[in-house]
Design a protein around this ligand. Structure first.
Ligand code: SF4
Length: 493
């Protein structure tokens, strides 16, 4: 099409790989689920009602869905929970309601098909047939794949980077994600994973964390996480944040909560909004950056309730609400899926698209993981559409290294799917390691994505000397760190 009135022969609309169109957010109608037919708006808006009606097992899902899903789906789900799942089932109604949002009352067969294909179902309610038959886990997958526990300075405080720490205040969340990178610690044990347990009482853990931060003025940035801080009683969380704000060397505080999306009703309660207002005021007076980091992976999750929760937090004085999503196959691994999500967050919900992490190398996650090459292609495809400050970076969290933009690797063997990375600081495990800053650290692509020669090589499992050495070293450091710490640990495979 050309604009002929001006005599200009340029097309009025240029065909682009991605075509932006504004989409107004909508809350899917929950009454399409037989079990929620009579639920009122007041009930739906109540955090207590949402928590009390979470779906935690196959029986509850059946009673919610009526005859919508075929029996085979429940068998598939049940098998996964018994044989593969690393997280137990916990789905607030708000999150479940974003699955198959368009589904009307149709034949059970079509609901089943739509449910199987649904991107949010794929990571929140995994079934056995989703997993890869030959390589459900990468041979180098581990339960604490980022060595967060190994790097605990005191219980719950991971000191991996020079100036910032991760404080895991609790090990529960209002929702459990199938791909959780903290599957070793977070949530209830499953038939296949006996979870690590924290040993200290919460108050003692918080005291130990605060003492460590007072003694280490080089740490200026604290990610307050878990689990999900939405599961911490507000008074306790406020007390901890007040104590953090008393440490004048702490300049950044980031609260991690997927519940801003999974259970926005929590963040809309008066007690929480008022409390956040007090904390934000104090942070602002002291010039401390207080932000919320949430975890949204698909555009269907961004609903008016989520936008209201983000707005409430920003009005309370939080400086930013940012998203750290996870890049997953079958969920959001296309330019359209990522850009739709980013535009919904940035344009409609005031949530800054900040990071997408590549799904980590935990057991049974291969069907979700993407190769570094795919992540690089997606990063390229995202450039130029969103405002620069809202263009997310796709990140590879390389074990023993930390977060790296996906183009930052130093070498990449695409046939074997092994990339090599370097770093410019020592983790807390490497204080005396003379090679920490010169070593190359490997990262592994999912084997099913490799060319035939690469797949055959992995079947023979004959890693080159360098790969074997790096793997052995990481395992030895991890063992050493665990032995040094006089803490109970869960069973590890
Ligand atoms: S909310 Fe975060 S910590 Fe909790 S299960 Fe999901 S990914 Fe894990």
């Amino acid at each position: 099409m050309t604009d002929r009135t001006s005599g200009d022969q340029r097309p009025a609309v240029i065909e682009q790989p991605y075509q932006y169109r504004r989409r107004i957010l909508a809350e899917p109608d929950w009454s399409r689920f037989p079990g929620w037919r009579d639920v009122t708006s007041e009930e739906w808006a109540s955090a207590q009602w949402q928590r009390a009606h979470c779906v935690k097992n196959v029986k509850q899902l059946r009673s919610l869905m009526g005859d919508r899903l075929a029996d085979g789906f429940y068998d598939d789900l049940d098998r996964d929970m018994r044989e593969r799942a690393t997280m137990s089932m916990l789905l607030p109604p708000q999150m479940l309601n974003t699955m198959v949002p368009e589904a009307e009352e149709t034949a059970p067969g079509s609901w089943t098909e739509a449910f199987y294909a649904d991107p949010i179902r794929r990571y929140m309610l995994p079934v056995a047939s989703d997993r890869l038959a030959e390589w459900p886990s990468h041979p180098f997958a581990t339960r604490d794949s980022l060595h967060e526990h190994d790097m605990w300075a005191v219980e719950g405080l991971t000191h991996r980077y020079p100036t910032k720490v991760l404080a895991e205040l609790l090990s529960t969340c209002p929702q459990y994600c199938g791909h959780c990178t903290r599957m070793d610690l977070v949530g209830n044990s499953t038939p296949t994973v006996d979870k690590r347990r924290m040993a200290l009482k919460p108050v003692d853990r918080q005291t130990a964390i605060l003492d460590y931060l007072r003694e280490h003025p080089g740490v200026r940035d604290v990610v307050v996480s878990g689990g999900d801080v939405a599961n911490m009683p507000w008074k306790q969380l406020e007390r901890f944040l007040d104590a953090l704000l008393e440490i004048e060397t702490i300049r950044d505080i980031r609260l991690a909560t997927k519940a801003l999306m999974g259970l926005p009703q929590h963040w809309l309660q008066d007690e929480i909004v008022d409390g956040m207002g007090r904390v934000a005021k104090r942070a602002a007076e002291q010039g401390v950056n207080l932000a919320i980091h949430t975890h949204v992976n698909h555009v269907n999750s961004v609903t008016p309730a989520v936008a209201r929760a983000a707005a409430a937090m920003l009005e309370a004085g939080v400086r930013d609400v940012r998203n750290q999503g996870v890049l997953m196959r079958g969920v959001n691994d296309s330019p359209e899926a990522l850009l739709d999500l980013c535009f919904a967050m940035q344009g409609e919900a005031n949530i800054l698209p900040y990071y997408f992490y590549m799904c980590d190398m935990i057991p049974n996650s291969e069907h979700w993981r993407t190769s570094v090459a795919r992540a690089q292609d997606l990063q390229h495809a995202l450039m130029g559409y969103l405002p620069g400050y809202a263009t997310p970076r796709i990140i590879c969290d390389v074990p023993m290294v930390g977060k790296r933009w996906v183009h930052q690797l130093s070498e990449y063997d695409r046939e074997l799917g092994i990339s090599y990375w370097t770093k410019n600081y020592r983790t807390s495990l490497e204080a005396d390691d003379p090679d920490a800053l010169t070593r190359r650290y490997p990262y592994y692509d999912p084997i099913d994505t490799l060319p035939r020669a690469g797949r055959e090589w992995w079947r023979r499992m004959d890693p080159p000397e360098e790969v074997r050495a790096a793997g052995d070293e990481a395992a030895a450091r991890s063992r050493e760190a665990s032995e040094k710490q006089d803490r109970p640990t869960g069973a590890r495979p």
